[in-house]
Design a protein around this ligand. Structure first.
Ligand code: ATP
Ligand code: MG
Length: 568
């Protein structure tokens, strides 16, 4: 392609509203343009990257036995009502009415649509297994779209769905998809980690996220220093303690005044205690009614872990009026003593003695409380894991923390969708059974953005060769004469040998061309100038290392062919 003919509107200035590097570089390098919050146009360079990522995904999905189809973006409400998600998905689901006043939504994910399709075609075990995927534009009305393609509202996703006739087979398919994901992200040239994850609004019982390690990541993950275990902090398990052995005498607690002292810091400094001497009592509303969750003062309670531990459908922090209703006091003074709702206690609280809790009365706390002073429904693992915590899977490892960008996630769904939607098959004995499902997503644009987060410098992007918009850019350093002749010859030969090449044929100063070349980040650059040509050579420069070699025009073509041949 010729630079002069392409739409590559690079900017010299740093865009004002870009908080992360991939966002600002995509804007500056002329890859994307914002149309509305979280809605972008993909300009030609960006689309080339998107297509590269899509093709790697497509090849690996096909190689593992999945077949591509395309479901509609628009779906009727009835499908979502069948699974109950029309009611629970919330505001992220963009809903609208057609001219006949019928309800529709724009797909944020497609479990309902695919299950509807398969229930129509699958009747017996002979029709299974099936594994289908699509690459499609999704819409989620995210509360805070930001970071460019990383968290858009409209974005491209690969979503896949598998259908098997037993839980065991469905888990095997899950494992195959997990392996395909590893091949995909390896081929994209990313440093990533698969981690155990919670299942959110998609549901199901087993899940892994593929997290690209980057400081700008919104996800927090922990990994063991000794074994393979790694998990999102929403999920990460902790070593249980043995609460029974630690029971201490109760009955010695006293009420103390804590006027206007609500937060852990306020109460602790007022009572001259450490945050590790206090137990926080947090009130939640769930589909099973209000509950209390207890964690040590310096720990963070994770709602997702509490939801799993309690086994409820949904769970969120109680509103102020509910707190008053169930404890008799405003928030800040809640405590477990004589509390009439179920009390879930984090394991680490079992190790504590003579601690501080709220007294369920305004401006009052109890001190010297012990766990035998209140009724405990269950000891649970509900606190956020942090660096230094012991790994629950091996004896001697501890957690380290990382930031990650979730580029993909795989879910074992079981019969969560097939049961309500009656997607069944007849087994060999002629008995009707619900189909076992899994689902598998990859954010295509987010993967491209994550690649930039991991690969850039102060001058611009540095694309990994497998997903770069072009393999090589030719920069001729003159307007005409031998320089242009040789540059054009190299250009033609590279094209003939299927190397993706961009030639900067613009009538601009070398400095401007180099600045743009650095910004758009094509992995290799061939510089053709009069000086080199007097020795019969051109310069082949690697964007990443900055290393350059002087080679003849013939050699440079062979070298590029050689480099690209490794992509497979
Ligand atoms: P997140 O937790 O980041 O909101 P999610 O877990 O809701 O994502 P999934 O339902 O697992 O997302 O969707 C599959 C993949 O789609 C994600 O792994 C991610 O790569 C991508 N994705 C999800 N939401 C967005 C978004 N708003 N913008 C870009 N990509 C997204
Ligand atoms: Mg996810």
């Amino acid at each position: 392609m010729r630079y002069s003919q392409m739409l590559i509107p690079t900017l010299r200035e740093e865009p004002a509203d870009a908080e992360v590097k991939s966002h600002s570089l995509m804007l500056r390098a002329g890859y994307i343009r914002k149309v509305a919050a979280g809605v972008y146009t993909y300009l030609p360079l960006c689309l080339r990257v998107i297509r590269k990522v899509e093709n790697i995904v497509r090849e690996e999905m096909s190689a593992s036995g999945a077949q591509e189809l395309l479901l509609p973006i628009v779906m009727p409400a009835e499908l979502w009502q069948e699974t109950g998600r029309w009611a629970v998905y919330g505001k992220e689901l963009l809903r609208f009415r057609d001219r006949h006043n019928r309800d529709f939504c724009i797909g944020p994910t497609h479990e309902e649509a695919i299950t509807d399709l398969l229930r129509y075609y699958v009747s017996s075990y002979r029709d299974l297994p099936k594994n289908c995927f699509q690459i499609q534009t999704k819409f989620r009305d995210e509360i805070r779209p930001r970071f460019g393609l990383m968290r858009g509202r409209e974005f491209i996703m690969k979503d896949g769905y598998s259908f098997d006739c037993s839980a065991e087979k469905a888990h095997k398919t899950y494992d195959e998809m997990y392996d395909a994901y590893k091949r995909i992200f390896n081929r994209c040239g990313l440093r990533y980690r698969p981690v155990e994850a919670t299942t959110g609004t998609i549901g199901g019982s087993r899940s892994h996220e593929f997290q690209v390690l980057a400081e700008s990541g919104e996800d927090e993950i922990v990994s063991c220093t000794k074994c393979e275990y790694a998990a999102n902090v929403e999920k990460a398990e902790l070593r249980p303690s043995s609460p029974e052995s630690k029971k201490t005498e109760g009955g010695k607690f006293k009420k103390v005044e804590t006027p206007n002292q609500k937060s852990v810091e306020e109460v602790c400094s007022f009572l001259k205690k450490k945050s590790t001497d206090l137990v926080k009592t947090l009130i939640f509303e769930t589909d099973k009614g209000p509950i209390a969750g207890l964690v040590r003062g310096d720990h963070v309670l994770k709602e997702a872990k509490l939801k799993d531990a309690v086994g409820c459908e949904w769970c969120h922090m109680a509103e102020e009026n509910t707190v008053k209703e169930v404890t008799g006091a405003p928030s800040g003074f809640s405590g477990p003593v004589n509390l009439a709702i179920p009390v879930y206690v984090d394991h680490s609280v079992a190790d504590m003695k003579d601690f501080v809790v709220g007294a369920n009365e305004l401006d009052l706390h109890f001190v010297d409380v012990n766990i035998s002073d209140f009724k405990i429904d269950k000891y649970v693992d509900i606190r956020r894991a942090q660096a230094g915590d012991g790994c629950p899977k091996c004896k001697d490892g501890v957690y380290e923390e990382h930031k990650g960008i979730e580029v993909g996630q795989v879910f074992y769904l079981g019969t969560k969708y097939s049961e309500p939607m009656k997607a069944t098959y007849l087994d060999e004995a002629g008995e009707s059974k619900a189909i076992y499902m899994g689902c598998y997503g990859i954010g295509i644009g987010r993967t491209a953005a994550a690649a930039i987060e991991q690969n850039h410098d102060e001058n611009g992007m540095i694309w990994p060769l497998p997903i770069a918009p072009f393999h090589v850019e030719i920069v001729p350093l003159a307007k005409d004469g031998e320089v242009v002749d040789i540059a054009e010859k190299i250009y033609r030969e590279l094209e003939e040998r299927n190397i993706e090449v961009l030639i900067d044929d613009r009538d601009l100063r070398a400095g401007v061309k180099f600045k743009d070349a650095d910004l758009i980040g094509i992995p290799y650059r061939i510089i053709v100038g009069n000086k080199g040509l007097t020795d019969g050579v051109v310069e082949l420069k690697e964007r990443k290392s900055g290393d350059s070699q002087r080679v003849t025009p013939e050699e440079v073509v062979d070298k590029m062919v050689e480099m690209v041949s490794h992509l497979g």
